[in-house]
Design a protein. Structure first.
Ligand SMILES: Nc1nc2c(ncn2[C@@H]2O[C@H](COP(=O)(O)OP(=O)(O)OP(=O)(O)O)[C@@H](O)[C@H]2O)c(=O)[nH]1
Ligand SMILES: [Mg+2]
Length: 276
């Protein structure tokens, strides 16, 4: 696992601070595996037995997580970015609903963004806009291709750890590459000075992007791993493999209704009414 050494808390300014930005290749201590303590992408960990020359170490413990999502498995997530495309693959209400239910069930703040807007006309956009408004969502419309809506997205991602989820082929990796190379993201040279990557590090590399199949109109599952990538303006963005069927593992018969903002809004109105 790749671990980045970060600034410790101000009160604990130790000699570790001059190692800020060093990337270490780590193995997980056997004991952690034995007690089935999984180490997830996004975890804050204690690393011991460090060889600063070869940049190797051992993960000895995992700090308590503020949040944990299962699908994809990522720890300490502040924000979910659910990405769909207007076309190629076409926006499909049932698939979107399923992803929204899964995302809402985590309780983590959510932004819905719709990519590839240049592929459809104004009328289609307006129809979706009002339809989603009735569902309780105000989506951000964007296009990586035409560089539309990227600034507002970048604003929302600042200083948070965001996980980007959505079906294969909607442009998750393309969006990450565009946001990381955006002229509005602060100077990458700043990062250059403090970060020492190890071989194979994805810190500066572009994420691989794949064509959408012309036959099925679906993506080809180009991204295979979850990786947490730094945004040079501050914050992290995790790319994840696209999948078509969220598992809905945390959703129960009782909690299902609460994952629909429109139901919650009606419930609240009803409560207010009762109080009067
Ligand atoms: N027309 C158009 N194509 C786009 C846009 N954004 C991305 N694409 C294309 O969509 C295809 C899929 O993009 P990816 O970024 O690989 O999609 P992904 O969501 O990461 O897919 P997986 O890794 O398989 O989950 C590529 O051919 C991109 O060039 C856009 O705004 N408009
Ligand atoms: Mg991808």
């Amino acid at each position: 696992m790749r671990v980045i050494v970060q600034q410790s808390e101000p009160s604990r300014t130790s000699d570790c601070n001059d190692k800020t930005g060093v990337e270490l290749l780590c193995v997980v201590r056997a004991l952690l595996k034995k007690i089935k303590r999984r180490v997830l992408v996004g975890d804050k960990v204690v690393v011991g037995s460090i060889d600063w020359v070869d940049r190797r170490g051992m993960i000895e413990n995992v700090f308590q997580r503020s949040t944990e999502i299962l699908d994809p498995p990522v720890a300490n997530v502040d924000h979910l970015l659910l990405l769909f495309s207007m076309d190629q693959p076409k926006l499909e209400p049932f698939a979107l609903t399923r992803f929204l239910v899964e995302a809402e069930s985590t309780g983590i703040p959510l932004t819905l963004a719709l990519n590839k807007v240049e592929l459809v006309d104004e009328e289609v956009l307006n129809t979706w806009k009002s339809r989603l408004h009735t569902w309780g969502y105000e989506p951000l419309f964007c296009s990586v291709e035409s560089k539309l809506g990227l600034d507002s997205l970048l604003q929302r991602l600042r200083d948070q750890t965001t996980v980007i989820v959505g079906p294969s082929g909607v442009g998750k990796s393309s969006l990450i590459n565009a946001l990381r190379s955006s002229p509005h993201a602060s100077d990458a040279a700043d990062v250059d000075n403090w970060f020492e990557p190890i071989l194979g590090s994805k810190w500066f590399e572009d994420q691989r992007v794949g064509e959408v199949s012309t036959k099925s109109g679906r993506g080809k599952h180009t991204t295979r791993h979850v990786s947490l990538l730094p945004l040079s303006g501050g914050g992290y963005l995790a790319d994840t493999p696209g999948f078509n069927q969220p598992s809905l593992l945390k959703v129960t018969k009782q909690s299902l209704a609460q994952t629909f903002p429109e139901v919650c809004a009606v419930g609240l109105l009803y409560m207010i009414h009762m109080l009067h």
